[in-house]
Unconditional design. Structure first.
Length: 82
């Protein structure tokens, strides 16, 4: 026996549900714009953080140098008294 002929009534069209291609493409554009904004915001935050770190380092370096100078003066004074 050969293959059964397909009955036209049994064939159902599969309906595609969900967003259209154009809607998906529009969503991609929106998501890419959001991603770019997030990257930009992140970079700005990192630069601010880096700037804060450099400012902290400059302050502490200056304090260190002042303390080194004071220590040198005390050592020199102590040596001259000895």
């Amino acid at each position: 026996m050969g293959p059964k002929p397909e009955d036209k009534k049994c064939k159902k069209k599969e309906e595609v549900t969900g967003p259209t291609v154009q809607e998906l493409q529009a969503k991609i554009v929106i998501l890419e714009a959001e991603q770019l904004k997030e990257k930009t915001d992140r970079n700005i935050m990192q630069l601010d953080s880096l700037s804060s770190i450099h400012a902290f380092w400059d302050i502490k370096k200056e304090e260190y140098e002042k303390l080194q100078a004071q220590l040198k003066i005390k050592r020199d004074t102590h040596r001259s008294l000895s």
